[in-house]
Write a protein that binds this ligand. Structure first.
Ligand code: SAM
Length: 341
């Protein structure tokens, strides 16, 4: 019988960006700003957060330098995130710079969509491949309740603009919260069938700045699927590189459903993600308590090799999985918007 190859006990200095459990990080999320123009109740308070001063945010050149380093380390996909990435001034210029250092990269963005009506076209021209738009309700009053912005119509117009600009396939992210939008999941499925957008339902995670998360408000993905299946039978798609488990409609209708069961069925064993925050901290897990600063060393003259070492070290120390379901769980200091969800 073949024995599994033992992992090296010291951090590798070549090859893929791996951790001690053998997972390779090839999916990078870069936050381009901590600021957001929405105030989703499950993410941040109505008054917003203390935004970082401009000087603390990585410049376009710094962000692009880091991306080039990550590409050299085997990263194959980049998600541009925030805060709300579209509020970063001149985002298309940054995307163009990203495209230059990663001609083969899959470049996408997660956005609340409210500025896409004017940005979709320039972003597509700059080299962005596709977008994921967050949308928690298809009802105007509930959308406003959950985001604290009366912006459903603009978001829907933004999604159409993204489609027209070719930023496809379009994915929709919907955070399902008990007592709020859980009754809308079948309507979202109907909308998916009608529009062709893939709708992904995300479990509510303890990453809100207010620390008001309650387990009782987490709607398990299994019950979301059960509700949809009762109306629109689903067929599970083969596993891919996504945290979402994906389904297509059994009757062949367009669109599809995904569930991201971060709380009830964590997928840490297959996690291939690594993140860089807007001020240049590397995080190997959304819930990480350990970050590695890249901005300080970069501004002090660190070489690319020095930065590679710091990145490798952070990923190498990645823990086996988040502790949400353990009594010793500690919510990270940063909220989702400050990490770059
Ligand atoms: N503003 C962009 C957007 O809306 O996609 C990017 C950043 S936002 C923090 C990324 C995603 O995180 C959104 O889909 C948002 O709904 C989700 N999110 C924020 N707080 C969350 C929480 N506590 N639990 C689960 N998802 C959350």
């Amino acid at each position: 019988m073949d024995l599994p190859t033992p992992l090296p006990t010291i951090q590798p200095s070549a090859g893929p960006l791996v951790d001690t459990f053998g997972r390779a990080a090839d999916d990078l999320r870069i936050s381009v700003t901590d600021r957001c123009n929405f105030r989703c109740t499950y993410c941040m308070p109505a008054e917003g957060l203390a935004w970082l001063p401009k000087t603390e945010i990585l410049t376009f050149e710094e962000l692009t330098r880091l991306l080039a380093i990550f590409v050299g380390l085997g990263v194959r996909s980049l998600k541009v995130t925030g805060g709300e990435p579209t509020v970063r001034a001149d985002l298309p210029t940054l995307v163009r710079m990203f495209r230059e250092v990663g001609p083969e990269l899959d470049i996408s963005m997660t956005t609340n969509g409210v500025l896409l009506d004017r940005l979709a076209e320039p972003l597509a021209e700059a080299g962005m491949d596709r977008v994921t738009v967050s949308c928690d309700s298809l009802m105007r009053h509930r959308f406003e309740e959950m985001t604290r912005r009366d912006a459903l119509d603009r978001v829907l117009a933004g999604i159409v603009a993204a489609k027209q600009a070719g930023l496809v396939p379009i994915k929709i992210n919907c955070v399902v919260i008990g007592g709020q939008n859980e009754g809308e999941v079948v309507e979202f499925a109907r909308w998916s069938r009608e529009t062709g957008y893939a709708v992904r339902f995300i479990e509510y995670m303890p990453l809100d700045a207010q620390h008001e998360w309650e387990r009782a408000k987490v709607v398990p993905s299994a019950s979301v699927l059960e509700a949809i299946e009762a109306v629109y039978p689903l067929i599970q798609e083969g596993p891919d590189h996504e945290p979402a488990t994906s389904f297509r409609f059994a009757d062949g209708a367009p669109g599809g459903i995904g569930v991201i069961a971060s709380v009830t069925e964590p997928f840490c064993d297959s996690c291939n993600r690594v993140r860089v925050t807007a001020e240049g901290q590397v995080r190997a897990c959304l819930f990480a308590l350990d970050e590695t600063d890249l901005r300080g060393p970069m501004r002090a003259g660190a070489s690319d090799d020095d930065l590679v070492d710091l990145i490798r070290g952070n990923v190498w120390r990645k823990w086996s999985g988040h502790r949400i379901n353990h009594p010793d769980f500690v919510q990270p200091e940063r909220s989702m918007s400050a990490i770059g969800g």
